[in-house]
Design a protein around this ligand. Structure first.
Ligand SMILES: Nc1ncnc2c1ncn2[C@@H]1O[C@H](COP(=O)(O)OP(=O)(O)OP(=O)(O)O)[C@@H](O)[C@H]1O
Ligand SMILES: [Mg+2]
Length: 227
């Protein structure tokens, strides 16, 4: 379908000896949409985002990101796709512990061969991280680590942001800041955003709301229907 940034069809994920975490899940996300995914702890939000980012493989089904079908790609091609097109905010941040906050944020630039000190400075300023720019992540707070992870995900102006509970450690002010940066990326670059959260209030920023429960995904009324 033209204009679709993410297409998921009949996706199944099973961990050994358990009922499927994702049981024939299908949906699609248009370019520039802001999707929130809700659901109780353990319903499969992280599992789904990891598969959308090509970090984990499904038992069956297909995932297409910007025209590339992920199961047809090898690990190198998946890494390349992530680097070029996806900004991932991990639930547990996944910061590199022996790099400073500044170097963690600049990491996507290093891999893509770009040099853009101004952009790193802008991110440090936007996310109020300048005071800890030269510090390693073991000496910063949970909220500072979360903001560092979000800044890193936005660094390369990705087409798609996959954000796993990106405001879980933040106060209201910083939650607003993170969401504002996502909304701004959407407005400026047409970035597509998929955000998993427990925070129902974040639904008001989204163009489409989905919920996961017992392996099934439902799309709320008023949102695009699944394909
Ligand atoms: N590597 C794994 N091996 C086996 N089971 C797993 C693995 N990872 C996750 N699970 C199980 O799959 C289910 C979904 O986990 P997942 O982390 O996707 O949930 P979640 O919706 O992100 O939860 P939370 O809101 O707590 O972050 C859980 O029951 C979990 O125990
Ligand atoms: Mg999770």
């Amino acid at each position: 379908m033209p204009g679709r940034m993410i297409e998921v069809h009949d996706l199944v994920k099973v961990y050994d000896g358990r009922p499927p975490v994702l049981n024939r899940v299908s949906f699609s996300v248009a370019m520039g949409e802001f999707v929130t995914i809700f659901g109780r702890s353990g319903c499969g939000k992280t599992t789904l985002l990891n598969m959308l980012g090509g970090l984990d493989r499904p038992a069956s089904g297909s995932i297409t990101i910007d025209g590339s079908e992920l199961t047809s790609l090898n690990e190198d091609q998946l890494a390349e796709l992530r680097l070029r097109k996806i900004g991932f905010v991990f639930q547990d941040f996944n910061l590199i512990m022996d790099l400073t906050v500044r170097d963690n944020i600049a990491l996507p630039l290093r891999f893509s061969g770009r040099k853009d000190k101004d952009r790193v400075d802008e991110m440090l300023r936007e996310f109020d991280l300048r005071h800890i720019a030269s510090v390693t992540p073991n000496r910063i707070s949970g909220g500072e680590a979360q903001r560092t992870a979000v800044a890193r995900a936005l660094m390369n102006e990705p087409k798609v942001i996959l954000a796993d509970e990106p405001t879980g450690n933040l106060d209201n002010e910083n939650t607003e800041k993170v969401i504002e940066m996502f909304v701004r990326a959407r407005e400026r670059f047409g970035t597509t955003i998929v955000l998993a959260t427990h925070d129902l209030s974040l639904g008001r920023y989204s163009t489409s709301k989905m919920s996961l429960d017992e392996g099934k995904l439902s799309v709320e009324v008023g949102s695009d229907p699944p394909v």
